[in-house]
Design a protein around this ligand. Sequence first.
Ligand SMILES: Nc1nc2c(ncn2[C@@H]2O[C@@H]3COP(=O)(O)O[C@H]4[C@@H](O)[C@H](n5cnc6c(=O)[nH]c(N)nc65)O[C@@H]4COP(=O)(O)O[C@H]3[C@H]2O)c(=O)[nH]1
Length: 790
Amino acid sequence: MRFKLNSLSFKTVSLLILTSTIFITLGYTIAKNTFSKNYEDVIHEKIDIVLRSISPQISLNLSYGFNDSIDEICKEQLKNKNVLLIKIESDKLKQDSIYKQHKKISTDFSKFSSEVNLIDPSTSNIIGKLTLLYSSESYYIQMQKFYQMAVIGGFIFIVSLVLISIFLLKSLKPLSKLAHSMNEFNPYEPKKLNVKATSQDEIGSIIKSANIMVENLISYIEHSSALTQELSKKQQHLNDAQRIASVGSWEYDVTTNKLNLSDEIYRILGIKKKSNLTFSSFLNLTYKDDLNDVLNTINNAIEKGSVFNIKYRIQLHNNKIAYVRTKGKVRKKSSGDIKLTAVTVDITKDTHNEQMIERLAYYDSLTNLPNRILFKDRVKSAISNAKRHKNKIAIMFLDLDNFKIVNDTLGHSVGDKLLIHVAKLLSSILRENDTISRVGGDEFTILLTDIQSEEDAQKIAKKIFDSLQGEHEIDFHRLLISTSIGIAIYPDSALDIDKLIRNADTAMYEAKKADKNNYKVFNNKMYAKIKNFVKVEKDLRIALDDEKAFEIFYQPKIKAQDGFVSGCEALVRWKHPKKGIIYPDEFIDIAEESALIIPIGNKIIEKTIKDLSEFNSKGYGTIKVAINLSAKQFTDNSLIGTIQKAIEKYDVHPSQLEFEITESISMQNISKTLEVLHQLKQTGVSIAIDDFGTGYSSLSYLKQFPINTLKIDKSFVLDMTIDNDDKSIVNTIINMAHTLNFTTVAEGVETLEHADILTDMNCDELQGYYYSKPIAKDEFINFLKTYNTN
Ligand SMILES: Nc1nc2c(ncn2[C@@H]2O[C@@H]3COP(=O)(O)O[C@H]4[C@@H](O)[C@H](n5cnc6c(=O)[nH]c(N)nc65)O[C@@H]4COP(=O)(O)O[C@H]3[C@H]2O)c(=O)[nH]1
């Protein structure tokens, strides 16, 4: 058995030996001293008895001088072999009398001696001194016996001590085994103790209890390890769920300044998992512009003990920004402890999607400028600001002049780049507070906030013109850009958003009409125009239900070579119930803008073809009637069907019909124009380009168009006699038309001179007041009758 200095066995045995030794030594010393003292007392008593018995006799004999009697007494005493010596000293003796045993007295045994004074019985005077030396042999014999007993006792004690120690060691051995076994106990691999109780005593009970305790501990460990496993599974699930949902959780103890973060939080924050992240360093990861908001929200919640919910940005290490939403709760205990529990959700993807949706919803994808919705929103807040500060704002409406031509001739890609270029130019001119928006193909609106007067807006308009001046290189094309700008001022022009924008739009139209590359500020005249627009539109809608509201007038066309009527142009007249006859210039544009031109145009087509069948029935089957088509009608997919139906219904020959489209319609959307023209052509009708010379026709496209006739605009014809340029333009048009195999019709022939010049120029047909104004159907039939006869 190995002893350890701090083992219980060692301590117990050592204590036992120590205490036993102390007790035994103490007992021995006390017993020895007591025994020795007692025996010494016995001997002294014996000596006293002897002295007391002989001293009176010796005193008496001495006083009388009976020395012999003294001898006798002393010798008698020496018979007791323990009386070793008797000595009498007295002045009455010549010398001291000493009586001693014959044998030599060992000094070892001369331990005890005693003396008494000899007193004269009659005088009571001390007459001498009697000394007795008594043998200590018996004392030593007794003491030897005592030592023997002590040795035997000591031996018995040591044997008992050894036996007790063995017993103790044996009894304590299971305890040390138990201790060893318990030391070996590993909670991660719990095993039962390898110690059994071999006795029924307290140690046995301890071992039993320890075994029970360890068994309980094992089942507790097994239970808690099952719980731990379950917990770690749940933790794993929670981590997985947090990762999938991009939700991290955290808890902050304000009192102890301890912060606990879930794994997902580290991922969201883009930092490595480290335990020493403090709450302030956690908050400092917030994007600097959002930090104050976050701190205010959290401090506010801590103060009130309330919930908090805030969306903010995190500055990631890779210079990217993450968007998060943190929802949390502050718990304040009565003890004063404050805890924040919160979840932080990574909403970066959602935010980017929202931003993208917002971009799509509020921004023009081509130019990245705000779209109409956002623009209106900005105007709305600008109006309320202006109202508060009694300021003015200006709305500008910009339309690029001839953008369609660029788009159609150079392609959409160049058109798109031109729009982007213009957007950038405009953005560079305007202040940050101003908003530019693209609201349509080539239409831009601008909001100028905080202006003092109309002049401020005009200055900006001039700046825009300046910036657009000169050539702009787009995709290796050198383009000239011009724009028309309409300006509406709040509160002068209108008080609400839609009216303001509409007024700016109206002013822009006025600018375009007046002279391109020009601006106009909305004024009351324009307002009157709008009022008129609304009124006319309203009346047109009513007129649509009245079969007689629209009447077709016909203006004859004369063949220049032989003077015969070749046909006529159908020109609509609106018979207003109150205003009487209204001319097309007063309502066609309005009908076009309000899309009423489609039902009105269909009525005109139907009525004209019906009239044509009447002309035919009256014997004028050789004439050709030209019908005007507006831009909106050209986009109507049912147009061809309507024409065909009318042709069939009134049984006219399609070759008797010609459709006039203006140059600007034909150039608006070349591919659509081509498609409709071909469809029209297939029905058997012919096609004329009206008002030729006023628009921007591309000759290369004209060549592709299936057209038959070019109608020279009356402005050239009318000025032909006073302006040689116009004359040569007319001449050029006629020659070019003939080169392209088109016939030519000159409009605005008001005089014989016009007719002669045009005839000389080989113009094919002539139309104008010189021959006839547009006249009603019956009048026209009459004209046909009389003109040809004359
Ligand atoms: N100063 C002058 N004017 C002359 C002379 N000869 C004819 N005019 C006028 O010139 C216009 C010719 O028609 P337009 O160029 O097609 O121009 C037409 C045409 O673009 C449009 N329009 C007329 N009727 C219709 C229609 O039924 N449908 C469509 N879509 N547009 C129509 O309205 C425009 C104006 O028509 P109107 O007022 O009828 O005016 C007619 C006619 O009255 C002349 O010698 N001197």
